[in-house]
Design a protein around this ligand. Structure first.
Ligand SMILES: O=C(CCCCNC(=O)Nc1ccc(S(=O)(=O)N2CCN(c3cc(Cl)cc(C(F)(F)F)c3)CC2)cc1)NO
Ligand SMILES: [Mn+2]
Length: 243
């Protein structure tokens, strides 16, 4: 039996081929899995569970069909789809997990995160995150009309594009995790493995903690092709999915 992990699909109406690839993944490989974990940024944008966007509706239908077929699906919020809420969970049967959820997998303590909280070298982003994760701010936003939220989303997406483009190209590491934050997380959580996405730099990193070596697995984005972490009792593999 295999447990599957994906993240950073950034599903968007502008890239229908990736949505098609994801729907096929749900129909085929995911149907045979023991569980599917989606570690954030499933969608490029999410302005409320009441969004009638037909692409989002199709994805919701496909997720519900998978959970109804008996495959448990878990979701951790990303920095894009952090407004996914109870209605989405009810409509899809997907279970929402907190960022930093520990699971036991084949005898290992595996910590699941989106990964943006490890990027502490980007103060602007951490400030934005504190604001939009504030329940009061989210409540106020939810009171706005859908049209108003769509307007805000367009502005925020433009803003974050500028933010990323303004990133000094000579300091790409700012868009990556901070190694001290990674070590501190391993130690405080006593994790054997951390699995996260967000940085779009798929890899398996050995992290030397002094008395033992831990592993940090970074999931790949789905911009060019799908990417999935497959974990069985024989071990794990991080693989690309052919188009
Ligand atoms: O990698 C890095 C940095 C990575 C880039 C970080 N940027 C990034 O994620 N941007 C971003 C994320 C989501 C969207 S959105 O379209 O889905 N949508 C916009 C409006 N949203 C909102 C919610 C709330 Cl509660 C409150 C407001 C308010 F009031 F502020 F307007 C707006 C809901 C979400 C648009 C852009 N660092 O390391
Ligand atoms: Mn992300």
């Amino acid at each position: 039996p295999v447990t599957l992990f994906i993240s950073d699909l950034h599903l968007d109406g502008e890239r229908p081929d990736i949505t098609a690839q994801f729907l096929e993944f749900l129909e085929r490989e995911a149907r045979r899995a023991q569980a599917l974990y989606i570690l954030g940024d499933l969608f490029e944008a999410w302005i409320g569970d009441d969004d009638p966007d037909p692409d989002k509706r199709r994805v919701i239908e496909a997720l519900r069909s998978l959970t109804q077929a008996g495959v448990p699906v878990f979701f951790i919020h990303g920095n894009r789809d952090f407004l996914i809420g109870r209605k989405f969970a009810a409509e899809t049967g997907v279970k929402l997990l907190a960022d930093g959820t520990m699971i036991e997998l084949h005898g290992k303590r595996v910590l699941l995160m989106h990964g943006d909280t490890l990027c502490i070298d980007d103060p602007d982003y951490q400030r934005l995150r504190r604001i939009v994760r504030n329940p009061l701010v989210q409540f106020i936003l939810r009171c706005l009309s859908l049209a108003r939220r769509q307007q805000l989303a367009a502005r925020m997406r433009a803003g974050s594009k500028k933010h990323i483009e303004s990133m000094d190209r000579t300091k790409p590491q700012i868009m990556d995790v901070n190694q001290d934050a990674v070590r501190r997380t391993f130690e405080t959580e006593h994790a054997d493995v951390i699995v996260h996405g967000h940085t779009h730099r798929p890899a398996v990193h050995e992290v030397d903690l002094g008395d033992h070596v831990a592993q940090r697995i970074v999931l790949g984005d789905w911009y060019e092709q799908g990417s999935v972490l497959r974990w069985t009792d024989q071990g794990f593999e991080l693989a690309g999915l052919r188009r």
